[in-house]
Ligand binder design. Structure first.
Ligand SMILES: [Zn+2]
Length: 88
């Protein structure tokens, strides 16, 4: 593997496709609830494509619960949805 050209690939929780990490929305499971990743944050993460289709599927099917292997409260989902600014 060529380290210089290697781009980390992550799997979208909605379409299950693998894409460069930088192309995906990263969601982190924090003690305060689900948040969009910011520099310095740690914790379990999951990834979603930056498009309304995958974001819609992720919330409709609650792919977060599967990805984080725990129940996600509806209020936490609603809060997270407000943080994701997808317009396409
Ligand atoms: Zn996707």
């Amino acid at each position: 593997m060529d380290v210089k050209t290697h781009v980390p690939q992550r799997r979208c929780i909605a379409c299950r496709g693998s894409f460069p990490q930088s192309d995906l929305i990263r969601v982190v499971d924090t003690p305060e609830g689900l948040r969009l990743w910011e520099k310095g944050m740690s914790g379990r993460s999951c990834y979603i494509c930056r498009n309304s289709s995958c974001v819609g599927t992720a919330f409709e099917k609650n792919c977060f619960a599967r990805s984080f292997r725990k129940e996600i409260r509806k209020t936490d989902l609603a809060e997270l949805r407000k943080l994701i600014d997808i317009t396409d």
